[in-house]
Write a protein that binds this ligand. Structure first.
Ligand code: ATR
Length: 286
């Protein structure tokens, strides 16, 4: 093990990594808490992942966030995994313990549920019916969160039905139902929450076209944050519904790692949001 440095050092690991907002977030929180510390991006290829993870604690790192495509490898490499990691088969936070063991957590679901609680408190308290669109890695965190919070009913639709069924077999319980993609607009008035976890609506991708006029009581959430106001969220606004954008979730996903590694509160406020929006605007393709 390396001599402990005079301040904690952590990183986010991915491939690609240049556009990750995590370094900006952690540095914002370090400054706000007037703490010494460092948090940077590390571009690591899948073939080098295991070697890099073995080396980081020796270099004095206290932990690393892990993003695509390493989340499954991060779960597999850990000595200790929490329930969320076992359920999703993926981890986004590795902590290097003083005794040399590696602890894996998955905080994606926390970002989602905290965003719902902050921005749609009535729906969060009701814990009623949720419609989840998509069946990829992002949907896994969201379904895990909804089940863990004991929402009454979760309905999932995915373009590729077989993928939805495979997803459901992993998360199956009596509160998860799969419906065909073509029926995703049916009975929208019954839902308290509608979440897009697909890439639809992202810059360069087709829009997700849902007619939300009948969705009278739903909060509408999009995990896409480029652009921030997706066609789905604009449609929700037009219908007078509460909207929750992808930045709301993202800001809350990284907070547990900051609190754990740097030992201070990670405040999610308008200043952080403005700081991240500035970075998104700077990175936007001309
Ligand atoms: P992530 O891990 O980020 O969630 P992913 O595993 O690639 O990414 O999942 C992407 C999701 O977006 C999937 O649910 C995918 O649907 P399929 O399972 O049918 O591929 C969905 N998706 C991507 N492009 C789509 C499109 N044009 N129309 C509908 N769904 C789409």
């Amino acid at each position: 093990m390396a001599e402990p440095s005079s301040f904690p050092i952590a990183a986010v690991i991915g491939d690609p990594i240049a556009h990750s907002l995590s370094p900006r977030m952690h540095r914002y929180w370090l400054k706000a808490a007037r703490l010494a510390g460092e948090y940077g991006p590390l571009h690591i290829k899948p073939a080098d992942f295991a070697d890099a993870i073995a080396m980081l604690p020796r270099l004095g790192f206290v932990g690393a966030n892990v993003t695509l495509p390493h989340k499954e490898a991060a779960a597999a490499i850990a000595d200790e995994t929490e329930d969320a990691v076992d359920a999703m088969g993926a981890a986004n936070m590795l902590t290097f313990l003083p005794d040399g063991r590696i602890e894996a957590r998955n905080t994606d679901w926390i970002g989602f549920i905290e965003a719902v609680k902050a921005e749609a408190p009535l729906q969060a308290a009701a814990r009623g019916r949720a419609l989840v669109l998509g069946a990829g890695g992002a949907a896994a965190g969201i379904v895990y969160a909804l089940q863990r919070e004991r929402w009454a009913s979760i309905v999932l639709a995915n373009r590729t039905h077989e993928k939805a069924q495979a997803f459901a077999s992993r998360f199956q319980n009596d509160r998860l139902d799969i419906i065909p993609w073509a029926e995703k607009e049916k009975d929208l008035g019954d839902f308290d929450l509608i979440v897009n976890t697909t890439k639809l609506g992202m810059l360069g991708a087709p829009s997700l076209n849902l007619d939300l006029v009948s969705a009278r009581k739903a909060a509408v959430m999009d995990i896409v944050y480029t652009p921030l106001r997706t066609p789905l969220l604009r449609e929700a606004e037009r219908c007078g519904l509460i909207t929750i954008d992808g930045l709301s979730m993202l800001m809350r996903q990284d907070a547990p790692a900051f609190q754990s590694w740097f030992g201070a509160a990670a405040t999610v406020d308008d200043g952080l949001r403005a700081h991240l929006i500035k970075a998104l605007e700077r990175d936007r393709p001309a």
